[in-house]
Ligand binder design. Structure first.
Ligand code: GCO
Ligand code: MG
Length: 402
């Protein structure tokens, strides 16, 4: 069996997605997500110019060898663009292997470790009263875990608070919009939000919160401490994670669990965090961390150190990534939680898929392969639209992490 063709499909059914489709001489095809939010065309070009020519003629069964070829062969290692491109190839090859074997991919990864994949949804609103309604909406839908984000009094906009319900999408302007941030205003508000949510919903509901890389380690330690009475499942991205040892300080001060890793691309980005047990959940996912093969490596290392998975699953990760993530989630011993932001009906139509939600769990498709495809005719009706993620400044105008 040989790879005879591969193409990159860019489509915008409400937001941009990049998909790699690999075609074999037997007519078996595989898909991989290659979406890097706000930098989509850089991955599309990397694949088209530098990867696809090297794929033609290769044996699609050689997944690990192809991964090593693309990783070591580039000379320039790691980085989001390279690792997203490698992820797309790796994912598509697992899809092909599953179809050839006649098995869903999770069976090739060792089979089920659980009955379903517990997911968390996003409850967000400007005010506390509104967010209580949003949390109730998720509870009614059967969710067992909910991420809670609200506006902060005195700030015009806040990370994670969308304009509509359920389809929050921050990358909406061709040139990045600017937000203003104040850690003092945030600290004055956020513990009270969780006091009310915990009070309203009791101890059974898992609550999560995303800090989105905005604090320093000592500030994160203070936040974690102030949230301890409300028993969060995790505090996400409390600080930017380039400085892995910064987490030691947070750890010394608080028992609030920590989740990190949606911007990590390889095991090298989180090795220290995992081996020193400085985090509780590692949030790497298929599309940005080198595909199913490399994600399994990260999760295997994590399993040795009491760290569980908590894969990123925002709307900028396409249904192809979500399908692949579920096969991994189902088959690893140290699964924690899976983020699940629902895609719009337009996106679901472009990417027909067999995974489904029931009672707070997602279940992957039982079809051979990943159980997801791209409708190329429909995709062509939604041309690419430039869209950038916002940037963030402090009240005095200083640039800050978004
Ligand atoms: C999350 C993330 C997202 C990211 C987005 C960037 O936890 O879901 O923080 O909201 O900001 O995926 O592209
Ligand atoms: Mg996040």
């Amino acid at each position: 069996m040989k790879i005879v063709d591969a193409r990159v499909i860019v489509t915008c059914p409400g937001r941009n997605f990049v998909t790699l489709k690999i075609i074999t001489d037997d007519g078996v095809t595989g898909v991989g997500d290659a979406t890097l939010n706000g930098r989509e065309l850089s991955v599309a070009a990397y694949l088209t110019e530098h990867v696809i020519p090297a794929l033609i003629g290769r044996d699609p069964a050689r997944i690990e060898d192809t991964w090593q070829y693309l990783y070591k062969g580039a000379y320039w290692r790691r980085g989001p663009v390279t690792m997203t491109a490698i992820a797309a190839v790796d994912t598509a090859l697992w899809d092909i292997k599953g179809k050839v074997a006649g098995l869903p991919v999770y069976q090739l990864l060792g089979g089920r470790c659980r009955d379903g994949v517990t997911v968390y949804g996003h409850a967000s609103a400007e005010t506390v009263d509104e967010v209580l309604t949003e949390v109730a909406r998720y509870v009614d839908l059967g969710y067992k875990a909910v991420r809670v984000q609200t506006g902060v009094p005195g700030l015009a906009t806040t990370y994670g608070v969308g304009r509509g319900q359920m389809y929050y999408e921050p990358a909406d302007a061709a040139i990045a919009s600017e937000a203003v941030w104040s850690t003092d205003r945030y600290f004055a508000h956020v513990p009270g939000v969780f006091a009310q949510v915990r009070d309203a919903f009791g101890p059974g509901l898992k609550l999560l919160h995303d800090v989105h890389h905005r604090l320093t380690p000592i500030e994160a330690a203070r936040l974690g401490k102030s949230l301890e009475p409300y028993a969060l499942t995790w505090m996400e991205d409390p600080v930017p994670a380039e400085l892995q040892e910064g987490f030691r300080l947070i750890r010394q001060h608080t028992t609030t669990p920590i989740a990190v890793g949606e911007v990590f691309n390889t095991v090298w980005d989180c090795r220290e965090l995992i081996q020193e047990q400085l985090i509780d959940y590692i949030r790497t996912t298929v599309v940005h961390a080198g595909g199913i093969s490399h994600l399994r490596r990260i999760f295997d290392l994590a399993a040795l150190h009491h760290v569980r998975s908590g894969s990123h699953g925002a709307t900028d990760l396409s249904p192809v990534c979500m399908a692949a993530a579920l096969h991994v989630d189902l088959s690893i011993p140290n699964f924690g939680l899976q983020e699940y932001m629902r895609h719009t009906p337009e996106t679901d139509a472009v990417f027909p898929h067999g995974y489904h939600f029931a009672d707070g769990y997602l279940h992957p498709s039982e079809e051979p392969g990943l159980g997801v495809d791209i409708d190329e005719e429909l995709a062509a009706r939604y041309p690419y639209r430039p869209a950038a993620l916002p940037v963030n400044r402090l009240e005095d105008g200083t640039m800050h992490s978004w």
